[in-house]
Design a protein. Sequence first.
Length: 264
Amino acid sequence: MLAAYCLVKLRNSTGVENFEFKIGGILGSPQKEGEWDLNLTAALANGNNTLVENSVSSVLFTIAALPILLALKAPAIVAVTVDGVKQPPGQVQLPVAAGAHSLSVPITAQVDNTTRLKFDSWSDGFPSPNRTVEINSSTSYEATYATQYLLTVSSQAGSATGQGWYDSGSIAKFSVGDSQPMSGPLGLLGGKFRFQGWYEGSKLQTNSSADMIVMDKPHTLTANWQPDYTLPLIITGALAIILVLAYLIIRRRATTKTTKVGPG
């Protein structure tokens, strides 16, 4: 049996007093579910704390004690942690005690290697994935997420930029240099790779070395290059001509010298 007492002085000259009481406080927290039969009794006492005759009155009533429910909603792959306990992913409904409770969700949730979900906010606008809420009645919270896609850029020459995660529907910018020097002797002679276009699979996406793409899905872009041997060929051709000329000049001088040195 539970009992609660309250002793107050009369303040209303009309003889009518108004009182409010909290059922939850009487039943305790957390309260036991089910129906409760309650008896509210009021009485008057004189200055000597003696009950005034015929002043006692009682009211019998029944209440249904319902649990406080915390409803949580998140994407199917996201699990909400409540007071340090990880819940099943998706939607859950938990009976909780009145008071403060901690909620947390991951900042990102991986769908696959090229698609993920990124935390946006709670349904009441709270911007952080970790929070503390005060719960005094059944309530619900939803963790909302934005879908993100991965842009992958690759290039065998130079350094491509733009790779990363982007919100679905956003614009991603990517770029690479128009030309890149070759390595080794050919590079020393001015050999270059010249940019020919960005391809996704076998399909040409753009001929521009710097462009943008709508991230309506994951994209993988590869820079295509064409070797340019123009300058090495010119240099090596020129060197070959010079060497041939030098050889001819030296041979001619040698022949002339041999002719002059004959017997006198």
